[in-house]
Design a protein around this ligand. Structure first.
Ligand SMILES: *[C@@H]1O[C@H](CO)[C@@H](O)[C@H](O)[C@H]1NC(C)=O
Ligand SMILES: *[C@@H]1O[C@H](CO)[C@@H](O)[C@H](O)[C@H]1NC(C)=O
Ligand SMILES: [Zn+2]
Length: 378
């Protein structure tokens, strides 16, 4: 009997041993506000960083776009962003969660040169969602860290400038994608929807966020930031995590603008948690008024002295080092970095299985990959 128990214990401890040399992370505990302090730790909560009053802090607005960047959408981006500045005089900026297929890397270079944030949205973006749900830490490395190398090599942008990810289909996989963020030295995830008006927080401690598209992480992952995707509510009060998934919306410009302002005011007139306008450029192609309303909405925001349209990275800078509207230089000593356009455009013709694909990169013939970038099946 004793030996049986002993064998049982041995088997259990063998099963619990870390897989493939990766360290095990501890189960996250209830957040301790004394121990968890900015700039590198924040409990998940709706309270305003720095303890300021809502009227004293900037309303951060995150304009983000997902998927491939190419000639089908760069015009929209130019019209939405170019020539506009925030109340502090710095150019407005957005975040692009780029997936590799059909991306034009010279356009990525250009967006980055203009001060936008380039973030990772995977190499394959392949269905089904179960692929992402079951993907291991190593699998996430291939999808996101190999993509970071690819972008840095093909678009000629610094590796360190890419710090965030959004998971395809917003499909979480428990701890795995967050462990990948930690191990690869990335900074944040923005894939996790919520109905709570949470400010960004870290995974050092147990989250208070609900888990609509689980499994959600439960491990303690110090320094990994979550930028929650706070729901919008459509005109029938149905929630949507991306604006293009809101179903019951008007299609006239005035009605759309009201719908956008109503959702914005859920943040602006409350705890000023960052307001995300998360969308795919493809949405603008669905109805001619969608883009018109988007531009009107940006114009409306530009009329408000305490509203800042910034990249996710820049928003996190403010959260980590919060300051009052009257003192914003404390959080943001400089404008978002920009650089010269130095891309030598080149079109590579690359084999993908049985077909050939054209891909525009920055570089010489030698910079063309050997085949169309993809991830080997697990
Ligand atoms: C996440 O990590 C914690 C702590 O190591 C562990 O208890 C939990 O089972 C993990 N979750 C999943 C889905 O593997
Ligand atoms: C870079 O983007 C801007 C718009 O944001 C556009 O006017 C310009 O032509 C682009 N430059 C190149 C070389 O593609
Ligand atoms: Zn996507």
């Amino acid at each position: 009997m004793k030996t049986l128990i002993l064998i049982g214990l041995l088997v259990v401890s063998a099963l619990a041993a870390p897989k493939s040399g990766y360290e095990e992370f501890e189960l996250a505990k209830k957040c301790d506000k004394e121990l968890c302090q900015l700039p590198n730790c924040r409990c998940s909560s709706a309270s305003i960083p720095g303890g300021f009053d809502a009227k004293d802090v900037p309303q951060l607005v995150l304009l983000t776009f997902d998927d491939a960047v190419n000639i089908a959408n760069t015009d929209y981006y130019e019209k939405a962003f170019d020539g506009k500045v925030n109340p502090d005089g710095c150019p407005i900026g957005g975040t692009f969660f780029v997936s590799q297929e059909y991306t034009d890397y010279s356009a990525i270079h250009n967006l980055s040169a203009r001060g936008h944030e380039i973030a990772l949205h995977s190499i394959t973006h392949q269905p089904p969602t179960d692929y992402w749900k079951d993907l291991s830490v190593e699998g996430h490395m291939k999808e996101f860290i190999d993509q970071r190398d690819l972008m840095s090599n093909l678009a000629k942008i610094p590796k360190e400038s890419m710090q965030g990810i959004r998971l395809p289909f917003l499909q979480l996989s428990g701890n795995n994608s967050f462990e990948m963020i930690k191990k690869a030295g990335l900074k944040y995830d923005s894939s996790w929807p919520t109905s709570k008006y949470l400010w960004p927080y870290t995974l050092d401690y147990k989250t208070t966020q609900e888990c609509p598209i689980g499994p959600c992480p439960t491990a303690s992952l110090p320094g990994v930031w979550v930028v929650p995707m706070i729901y919008w509510w459509d005109d029938n009060n149905v929630q949507c995590s991306m604006v293009d998934s809101c179903v019951n919306i008007p299609n006239d410009v005035d009605g759309l603008l009201k719908f956008m302002i109503r959702n914005f005011e859920n943040h602006y007139l409350d705890n000023r948690s960052p307001f995300g306008f998360y969308v795919h450029a493809a949405w603008f192609g669905r109805h001619e008024n969608y883009f018109k309303a988007y531009l009107k909405f940006i114009e409306y925001l530009q009329g408000l002295k305490d509203v800042y349209l910034v990249s996710v990275q820049r928003a996190l800078q403010w959260v980590q080092n919060p300051s009052k509207l009257s003192n914003l230089k404390n959080s943001w000593p400089n404008c978002q970095a920009r650089h010269e356009y130095t891309c030598n455009k080149r079109v590579c013709e690359l084999r993908k299985g049985e077909e050939y694909r054209y891909m525009t990169i920055c570089g010489t013939e030698e910079d063309c990959p050997e085949e169309y970038p993809w991830v080997d099946p697990q």
